[in-house]
Write a protein that binds this ligand. Structure first.
Ligand code: ASP
Ligand code: MG
Length: 191
C-alpha cells in the first residue's frame, strides 16, 4: 500500500496527552499497512510565544535569526511525536525541513518551496520507520540558510511532501473546518 501524508496543527499537539493521541492515530494508519509521513506544527501557541520573546529582546529582530528561532517550535513537536510513537512500539524518525529536503528560495519569513528532495524520507520509509517532518521550514538552495514558509506553513509542507512522494493521500488535521480565504479566527468573514 502507498504513502499517507498527515499534517497535525498546533492545537492538535497542545500538550503531552494531545501528542500521545496524535501518536496513536499515526500508528493506526501504519498498522493498516500504509507508510506514513507526518508534517507537524509547533505545539499550541509556541510560535506566537517565540515571536513575543523575540520582540522582547529586540524591536527589529534580524530575519535570519527569527527563522532560526521560529523553526525551533516545530523541532520540539517532531521529536516529541517520534518519542510518543516509539512508546507505542513503532519506530519513528524525525527530520527538520532541511534534512527532509525541503528546498526554498532565500526569502526569510515567507520562503517559497522550489524543490523537494526527499531522499532521507524514502530511505527511512524503506527501513520501516514512520517519518515525522518539522513543518513550516526549509533550507535555501542559494544561501544555505534555514527559512520559514510564512504563518500556517505546515499545510504547505504537507502538500509539498505529498506531491514529491506521490502519496496516495494527504490529510490535514487542524482546528478549522477546511481551507479558508483567511484565518477565520482573525477574520470572521473568511470563506
Ligand atoms: N507554527 C507555524 C505557525 O504558527 C506554522 C503552522 O502552524 O503551520 O504559523
Ligand atoms: Mg502554529
Amino acid at each position: 500500500m502507498g504513502i499517507v501524508v498527515q499534517k497535525y496543527g498546533g492545537s492538535s499537539l497542545a500538550d503531552a496527552d494531545a501528542i500521545k493521541r496524535v501518536a496513536r492515530r499515526i500508528v493506526e494508519v501504519k498498522k493498516s499497512g500504509h507508510d506514513v509521513v507526518v508534517a507537524v506544527s509547533a505545539m499550541g501557541d509556541t510560535t506566537d510565544d517565540l515571536l513575543d520573546l523575540a520582540n522582547g529582546v529586540s524591536p527589529l529582530p534580524p530575519a535570519r535569526e527569527m527563522d532560526m528561532l521560529l523553526t525551533a517550535g516545530e523541532r520540539i513537536s517532531m521529536a516529541l511525536v517520534a518519542m510518543a510513537i516509539s512508546d507505542l512500539g513503532f519506530t519513528a524518525r524525525s527530520f527538520t525541513g532541511s534534512q527532509a529536503g525541503v528546498i526554498t528560495d532565500s526569502v526569510h519569513g515567507k520562503a517559497k518551496i522550489i524543490d523537494v528532495t526527499p531522499g532521507r524520507i524514502t530511505q527511512a520509509i524503506g527501513e520501516g520507520h514512520i517519518v515525522i517532518v518539522a513543518g513550516f521550514q526549509g533550507v535555501s538552495a542559494d544561501t544555505k540558510e534555514i527559512t520559514t514558509l510564512g504563518r500556517g506553513g505546515t499545510d504547505t509542507t504537507a502538500v509539498a511532501l505529498a506531491a514529491a512522494l506521490e502519496a496516495d493521500e494527504c490529510e490535514i488535521y487542524t482546528d478549522v473546518d477546511g481551507v479558508f480565504t483567511a484565518d477565520p479566527r482573525i477574520l470572521p468573514s473568511a470563506r
